[in-house]
Ligand binder design. Structure first.
Ligand code: 5AD
Ligand code: SF4
Length: 487
């Protein structure tokens, strides 16, 4: 990739025997050079190239972070591989629910068996789960075979940490920061898709919803300067990107930490104006901060800004919403949805819902079901409440019994799926633009892509269509996807 060539030139000119520069990202360029040398020595000893695999757990933020991690590892000289039978395996972890943690511990067992057969293998862990003290303590005590542990605030330091790990393969290197004011960009990135990319516009979260661990593991909200974001997107467009997803835990509060205040609506309008960019998406919107200006900008650029809003509800009960510290009510949420639909009648709405939050009664749950019926989401992620230690909700004593939660969860899922199918199918028979993402995994005669509202479409075609926006007749909706034909 073009931008990675620029880094290459800077790195090749650096004096690797001199002390490391203090300033970022130059310090990391220096360590890419150092790690590259150390890796080359191992490769010479083993007589082959070394491979790496990054496994991503969790959300879009983590997916984007993993692209950065992969970019750095490739720049160091590792070759990517699809399997975990690699010379370096890095888990980018999530901790939003307990099962995300359980999965990581389980899979570490498998990695250990592989490492016993390949003693030079390295295992790294990073991301949200590593920001929890008890996790690092457990790893130090019971998982001594892990080489490298770092958190969410120092992803950018991977080259420096890898350089240390390669020079001291017997050590367990742990580098966790509690917070940071730094936002180091301008590092190599290996994008999963050539034609679309996530773009971080802010980091962290200031909301402190009572059930959520994110503010503790991702730190306080920090927005990037608009000029940096726009420049990054322009560079991506030059590199062949036609769709970007602006990423933040709560994009609607973008800009509040900047010296020269800029609203998310203003940023979005500037992004929509970038020449060559065909689609802009964003994630996630907190309902309490969604402004009229944002709705107006979305409605003003219907061909550029995707008609899709992910608007996490969490619960339909105003009483529980108050306890969750969500700062909206059932009524104000529904009013907001009405306002959005009045401006953009065809918009697709999606959401997140938690079932079994402490103290949830049948009445509370029925309020949630009522909102689902009224809003009619295209799709909804439904979660069983998971107790996260350190959050206020974990201290609440009226936890809901498991069987009651399971029953509610199943009822909610049935409703969400029924409405989701009806909503998704509302464009049947119409012609829509589809951005083709890949050849269909089950049927190589088909390609798979997404409409602007994020619905999935399969239609006959070949790999030459990947990355193109194609007009497709939506012949038949099969639940959550369409089968179509090129129009
Ligand atoms: N238990 C269950 N679901 C949770 N989420 C966040 N914290 C928890 C928790 N403790 C869900 C919310 C959020 C999504 C990313 O994860 O619905 O929107
Ligand atoms: Fe993403 Fe939250 Fe999971 Fe971290 S904890 S990966 S921010 S969902």
């Amino acid at each position: 990739m073009e931008t990675n060539k620029v880094y290459e030139e800077i790195i090749s000119k650096m004096d690797l025997c001199a002390p490391a520069p203090e300033e970022e990202p130059y310090r990391q360029y220096y360590f890419i050079g150092r790690a590259r040398k150390a890796l080359a020595e191992v490769e010479e000893k083993l007589g082959r190239k070394l491979t790496f695999h990054v496994a991503t757990f969790g959300c879009q933020m983590n997916a984007r972070d993993s692209e950065k991690l992969r970019g750095i590892l490739e720049e160091i000289g590792y070759e990517p591989t699809d399997t975990e039978e690699a010379d370096l395996v890095l888990y980018n972890t999530c901790t939003v629910r307990e099962n995300a943690n359980t999965k990581v511990y389980g899979r570490l067992g498998g990695l250990h068996s592989w490492k016993k057969k390949n003693p030079h293998m390295m295992i790294g862990l990073c991301g949200c789960m590593m920001q929890e003290e008890h996790v690092v303590k457990t790893l130090r005590e019971k998982y001594r075979f892990v080489n490298l542990i770092f958190g969410t605030h120092n992803i950018y330091k991977l080259a420096e940490l890898m350089s240390r790990a390669l020079e001291h393969p017997q050590d367990m290197i742990v580098d966790i920061q509690q917070k940071t004011d730094l936002m180091v960009e301008q590092l190599p990135v290996d994008r999963t898709y050539k034609f679309k990319s996530g773009v971080n516009i802010m980091y962290g979260c200031n909301n402190f919803c009572s059930y959520c661990i994110v503010p503790y593991v991702r730190g306080r909200e920090k927005s990037r300067e608009p000029i940096d974001i726009l420049r990054e997107i322009e560079q991506l467009v030059e590199d062949g990107v036609i769709e970007v997803m602006l990423l933040g835990q709560n994009v609607n509060s973008y800009g509040k930490t900047l010296e020269n205040k800029v609203s998310f609506a203003e940023l979005l309008e500037s992004v929509a104006g970038i020449e060559g960019l065909r689609r802009v998406r964003f994630m996630t919107s907190h309902p309490k901060d969604l402004s009229d200006d944002l709705i107006a900008v979305m409605a003003k650029y219907p061909d550029r800004i995707c008609p899709h809003l992910h608007l996490p509800l969490q619960s339909g009960s105003s009483r529980l919403l108050k306890s969750m510290n969500r700062r909206y009510t059932k009524e104000s949420y529904l009013e907001l949805v009405d306002k959005i639909r009045a401006a953009m009648p065809e918009i697709s709405l999606t959401t997140d819902i938690i079932v079994g939050y402490p103290g949830e009664t049948e009445e509370d749950f029925l309020e949630t079901m009522d909102v689902v019926e009224k809003v009619r989401y295209d799709s909804a992620f439904t979660f069983i409440y998971s107790k996260r230690s350190g959050t206020p909700a974990a201290e609440m004593d009226d936890q809901v019994p498991e069987d009651v939660v399971k029953d509610r969860f199943n009822r909610l899922l049935l409703l969400v799926q029924k409405i989701g199918r009806e909503q998704t199918g509302r464009f049947e028979g119409q012609v829509k633009e589809v951005l083709v993402e890949h050849v269909n995994e089950q049927d190589p005669g088909l390609v798979t892509g997404r409409m602007d509202n994020n619905s999935v479409v399969h239609f006959p075609g070949d790999a030459s269509l990947i990355g193109q926006i194609v007009k497709v007749k939506l012949d038949k909706c099969h639940g959550f996807y369409y089968l179509g034909t090129q129009a």
